[in-house]
Design a protein around this ligand. Sequence first.
Ligand code: 1HE
Length: 268
Amino acid sequence: MDQTQQDQFADLPDSLRCTLQDGIAVLRLSRPDKRNALDDLTVRALGRFFDAPPAGTQAIVLHGEGEHFSAGLDLGSLTERDTEAGIFHSRAWHKAFERIEFGDVPVIAVLHGAVVGGGLELAASAHIRVAEATAFYALPEGSRGIYVGGGASVRLSRLIGVARMMDMMLTGRTYGAAEGVALGFSQYVVGHGEGLARGIALARRAAENAPLTNFAILQALPRIAQADPAAGLLMESLMAAIAQGSDEAKSRLRAFLEKRAEKVAHFP
Ligand code: 1HE
């Protein structure tokens, strides 16, 4: 890494590490001795990072150091917090994770080992999740006497359904990577140790899209999906027209018609 890049990451605490190569930023949760538990410093720094990724970043891959992606909220900090502080704490997580979900670039989370509580909430705010075979999902909030506060009620319930999330919280039910991919926890499942390479490959692929298309996918699609259908369809038409009218779309469509672009291919 050259000095310019080093300076770009000077803002990160010890619990986060970043490298940037060819437009792909790889951000690592780096507190393996505490199983990448998320303390206030780390959550705030995640918000800052995703709000303003290093110059030139086209996609971000988020992963965890050690045996686990993340053990969720740093439980050590919880005992001192009263109700009022609890509200602001949860809102700080919301703010930070919104910057992931509604940031400017695609975010791919690579999951392994424990993906629990706030760690699962963090993963759910990414756009694509790649799970290694060791990944498992849990919401231990129920047994700790607390409630999710990092957006799971909205984002995780959307991925796996309210009934499944209720079951996880009421009974402590957990899911592994293989069933997780079928149920919507992740879009991909890969072998042990293969997640980062797959995450980077997916990030590179997403970064090749036209910027306006990625804007539509990241900013418009999730909002359209939650809008009332009539407003959603109107928004879709507007977004489609805006994207089609761009020079980039015109040149990509011309390339296809002149047989210079790749065909769609399926590799089972
Ligand atoms: C922690 C945390 C943590 C580990 N906060 N320190 N999350 C949980 O309820 C999950 C709690 N953690 C676990 O169940 C296990 O640690 C794991 C299954 C994730 C990993 O097990 P293992 O055997 O590899 O590690 P360990 O021996 O349990 O933990 C190693 C150290 O990390 C140990 O500290 P040490 O000083 O004794 O070495 C643990 O105390 C520490 N550690 N997890 C603080 N979470 C916005 S609201 C979100 C609400 C939630 O996220 S609730 C879910 C909290």
